[in-house]
Design a protein around this ligand. Structure first.
Ligand SMILES: *Cc1c(COP(=O)(O)O)cnc(C)c1O
Length: 424
């Protein structure tokens, strides 16, 4: 099936007389007639539901749709994008290990890696994603367990050279994990370019209506864990907390990663998505393909308008032929990237503040990737504790505005930008 059709119909095929829409299974527990039957579930001998912290049918329908969309073999939902990224990494690394990550990633992920995972004894080396492969090679160590990057980085809008990253990861015998939040599988499927694991903050375009925080992890099933069995003992040797099951042997390359992540990390850390939120997420997914096209159309129109405006000093949007990432976008994002555009006001911080004050249709929010257009001037809001120099170092200069184009009519969006720029 084409991705458009999967968005609408994937993951759930009701039988005769069953609900057309996915049922919300609002139940913490599931009933069994005998202890033996339930025991088989606990031993991972049979598949089924027993407690929603581990698995719930509503979540599984939605996860199956996301797996199909990405072209993966298995997927799971998490309570947030942060949980998805943490679980995807912690599933294969622990104290004493090391990982390599693109330096151009979401601030929350940067913090997760550089502060919290560091406290857990996991070292990270950040690399410039635009560096040549030979440069990236230098970051790897014998105890490196994975490489991480974002298809389109939030907020820098860097486009990842996924093939270069995948080849680099595989040269060092580790998987590539790609956070595909901004592109969504509608615009890019990282597995087709060699990525091994994909993560999402479903809070963004997948939900698309600002209704629920959530995340997802998808496995391509392509990484050959057994080939590097000494590096990934958690997947390739018996798990004593599950009666000696060896995940790769029992569930194959296609199922091992997600089964282990569910059986161990969800069990112990418990960051489930509620079935209610999974239901809302599925409503968002049903129109993802239609919305992404409009987000991209509006993003392109806004970027072109801004690039031609005398009060705007620069625009970052990979859909512009002048953009630094245009060539990579043509390769990886031929149908469009996303609706997020960033730009600088020629008049600096003060101009940015006046511009923001005069917006009527675009709301001021920290959120992005929503049906409603929103804008943010990081220097006067999220990053206001930083001085001028720190702002520039962090890649959010004081004149920078990040705009997330919604799915309204583009003429209205541009009229709003025009009148706010007139006020500057
Ligand atoms: C928002 C975001 C996250 C974090 O997701 P939450 O759902 O807010 O926890 C991770 N990665 C990217 C690229 C994001 O945009």
């Amino acid at each position: 099936m084409k991705r458009d059709t999967i968005c609408v119909q994937g993951g759930y095929t009701p039988g005769n007389g069953e609900p057309r829409q996915i049922p919300i299974v609002q139940s913490t527990t599931f009933k069994y007639a005998t202890s033996e039957e339930m025991g088989k579930l606990f031993d991972l001998e049979a598949s089924g539901y027993f407690y929603t912290r581990l698995q719930n049918p509503t979540n599984d329908y939605v996860a199956a749709k996301i797996a199909e969309l990405e072209g993966g073999t298995a997927a799971m939902l998490t309570s947030s994008g942060q949980a998805a990224n943490f679980f995807s990494m912690f599933n294969i690394c622990g104290a004493g290990d090391h990982l390599v990550a693109s330096a151009s990633i979401y601030g929350g992920t940067y913090n997760l890696l550089s502060v919290t995972m560091k406290r857990m004894g996991i070292e990270v080396t950040f690399v410039d994603p635009d560096a040549p492969a030979e440069e990236l090679d230098k970051a790897f160590r014998p105890n490196t367990k994975l490489l991480f990057g974002e298809t389109i980085a939030n907020p820098a809008l860097t486009v990842l050279d996924i093939e270069k990253f995948a080849e680099t990861a595989h040269r060092h015998g580790v998987p590539l994990i790609v956070d595909n939040t901004f592109a969504t599988p509608v615009n890019c499927r990282p597995f087709e370019w060699g990525a091994d694991i994909v993560t999402h903050s479903t809070t963004k375009y997948m939900d698309g209506h600002g209704a629920g925080v959530g995340g997802a992890i998808v496995d391509s099933g392509k990484f050959d864990w057994m080939r590097y069995a000494d590096k990934y003992p958690g997947l390739c040797t018996p798990d004593e907390s599950y009666h000696g099951v060896t995940y790769v042997k029992k569930f194959g390359n296609g199922g091992a990663f997600i089964t282990k992540c569910t059986a161990q990390l969800m069990r112990d850390l418990g960051s489930i998505q509620s079935p209610q939120n999974a239901f809302l997420l599925n409503l968002g997914l049903e129109s993802l393909h239609v919305r992404m096209a409009r987000h991209c159309e509006n993003g392109q129109a806004a970027a072109e308008f801004l690039a031609a405006h005398p009060k705007v000093s620069y625009v970052n949007y990979c859909g512009l032929p002048t953009d630094r990432y245009h060539a990579l976008a043509k390769k990886y994002l031929p149908n469009g990237s996303c609706g997020v555009v960033s730009f600088g006001l020629a008049g600096g911080r003060q101009a940015a503040e006046i511009f923001m004050k005069h917006l009527k249709l675009a709301a001021i929010e920290t959120h992005v990737a929503d049906a409603r257009t929103c804008c943010l001037n990081p220097a006067s809001s999220t990053h206001r504790q930083m001085n001028e120099e720190q702002l520039r170092e962090a890649g959010v200069p004081p004149e920078l505005v990040r705009m997330s184009c919604g799915i309204e009519n583009k003429d209205d969006l541009i009229a709003d930008l025009a009148q706010a720029l007139d006020a500057v």
